[in-house]
Ligand binder design. Structure first.
Ligand SMILES: Nc1nc2c(ncn2[C@@H]2O[C@H](COP(=O)(O)OP(=O)(O)OP(=O)(O)O)[C@@H](O)[C@H]2O)c(=O)[nH]1
Ligand SMILES: [Mg+2]
Length: 323
């Protein structure tokens, strides 16, 4: 049987192989994705982001184990998949290894699938690879796909665009009061989580977040997400370490899904992702086509003149025949 069909039938080995093929951008992998595309669209994609050390991996571990046990999951063979993304991988082999060790509770469960992904090339490339991996896991039948990233900027925003529900994780004691505010990722949150509620400072962090939410309401409305008015972003205190608050967090995740499904949000988020994927592929193709048809030396000359301030970027475009 073809690899795509085996993956669609939920065969773990086939899924793992296809993920590698997709991550490496091979034709076989990408064609399999095309074939699987119509089967995707039913998994609940959940993004988990926030500053380093907030406890994202610990929380993902907890969430995965709790989601697997939901009554609605009883008949599903494949239940929860986890994609752990490390955008700083050249320097953090150790961190990835750490994640693997932390997630060992999950590793030998047949109903949970875990995959770590590291950056190859650009952050944009990483977001795309994550999107493709999520698509495959969705098509393979996983009900929940959890995607963990470190809150570092554009990659998180891209991944939030791909997720139905984005959790932004904070924790007391990370130095400054609220890291996510600084990193500019608060506005992508559907649910704000203050982890390490077993430690002092969690209440203060939650209050600070609530305040920032009030101030940032307009920000969110002008943000990058398709805007679904009517969702009130909750601030939840949890302890990933001892499990406190996890049941409420799961309720909140379900409530967000119901909210999206009741309105047009579910479709809109899936559609927004497909459109952004299409747009970025189109940009790439058009650019590559144009570049292939353009004299290399002419281009180098133009780059030089721009560097020497003899030509502005806009003037360069005009010189190349663009209006
Ligand atoms: N006290 C307390 N410690 C926690 C809790 N959750 C996680 N930790 C600890 O915080 C540290 C960081 O946890 P991780 O889960 O690795 O954090 P992370 O956000 O995934 O970190 P990166 O992947 O490096 O960005 C670990 O030592 C955890 O044991 C919690 O609820 N309470
Ligand atoms: Mg982690």
């Amino acid at each position: 049987m073809h690899l795509a069909e085996r993956a669609a039938a939920g065969e773990r080995l086939a899924i793992a192989r296809l993920l590698t093929l997709i991550e490496n951008g091979t034709d076989e992998g990408l064609e399999a994705l095309d074939q699987l595309y119509p089967r995707s669209g039913s998994a609940h994609l959940i993004g988990i982001t926030g500053p380093s050390g907030a406890g994202k991996s610990t929380l993902v571990n907890r969430l995965a184990l709790a989601l697997v046990d939901l009554p609605e999951q009883r008949d599903a063979a494949l239940r929860v998949a986890v994609i752990a993304i490390d955008p700083t991988s050249p320097f953090s082999g150790g961190a990835l290894l750490g994640d693997r060790i932390r997630m060992r509770d999950l590793a030998d469960r047949p109903d949970i699938f875990i995959r770590s992904m590291a950056t190859r090339g650009t952050l944009g490339g990483l977001a795309r690879a994550a999107g493709e991996a999520a698509l495959l896991l969705d098509a393979a039948g996983f009900k929940y796909v959890l995607i963990e990233t470190v809150g570092a900027g554009q990659a998180e925003v891209d991944i939030a665009r791909l997720a139905h529900t984005t959790l932004v994780i904070e924790a007391p004691g990370l130095g400054d009061d609220v890291q996510a505010g600084k990193a500019g990722i608060l506005e992508i949150a559907d649910i704000l989580v203050v982890n390490k509620a077993d430690k002092p400072g969690a209440d203060a962090a939650a209050r600070a977040l609530e305040l920032m939410l009030e101030i940032g309401d307009e920000l969110r409305n002008s943000g990058q997400q398709p805007n679904e008015p009517g969702w009130h972003v909750p601030v939840l205190k949890v302890s990933a370490l001892n499990g406190d608050g996890i049941a409420d967090l799961i309720d909140s995740i379900q409530a967000h899904r119901n909210f999206l499904k009741t309105g047009s949000g579910w479709q809109a988020r899936g559609g927004a992702y497909a459109r952004s994927m299409f747009d970025s592929l189109l940009h790439e193709r058009l650019f590559a086509g144009w570049q292939a048809g353009t004299d290399r030396q002419l281009l180098e000359g133009i780059y030089d003149r721009m560097a020497n301030r003899a030509l502005s970027p806009r003037q360069a475009l005009r010189e190349l025949g663009f209006k």
